[in-house]
Write a protein that binds this ligand. Sequence first.
Ligand code: GLN
Length: 242
Amino acid sequence: MELKLYHFMPDKLNLYGDIGNVIALKKRCEWRGIDLKVENITSTDGIKLSDCDMFFIGGGSDREQCIATEQFSKIKNEFKSAIEDGIPALTICGGYQFLGEYYKTVDGDKLPGLNILDFYTESIKDAPRLIGNILVESDRFGNIVGFENHGGRTYHNYETLGNVIVGYGNNDEDKKEGILYNNLIGTYLHGPILPKNPNVTDYLIKAALDNKYGNYDFIELNNEIELNANSHMVELLKKNIK
Ligand code: GLN
């Protein structure tokens, strides 16, 4: 079996080890005998999302986000229909913020988002950045661990990845993290998120295989090492809860 992943703007959007997500996807496919072909997309000219089985967008500084916004806006409608059709996708931090209506930077500049989903993100002048390790309890994925560093606060009423036990998540108010819309995952978790959260990685791979092949056997892997790393971090983070 073969899958194709579009990795958008790897030269601009790659903070705090986000590339590790692509490596984790590739490895977990390889261990199942699936060839995951990764295509780096640095310009959206002539790009058709129907040619790939999943896509990934990492996080970026406000400057890079501004440049990437221009590129993404050219294929805004393509993004919208691919997401509505259930393409699996992982979008991190700045990559997640793009999907909403706008991102207001700390200087008050409003970067228009792709407006695919009904949410917005705002940085607040003089408010602290939301930085640190994070633990999210998720009904669907179990304990999700990672690292966050963002000024933007995102507000929405969609399904989230889960409840924030340690850290901030979408904002510093509602204790919710990320978004799950069809097979699209948006999250503030860097770290990168996928290596220590194999349930999230497999969710994306499985969704891509379901879309492409329909009827096949999904091979379960031995996740002992990954889940040990996950529980080790959960333990450390819980110790710090006052
Ligand atoms: N520039 C955005 C913010 O600070 C995104 C940062 C990131 O991708 N880590 O909110």
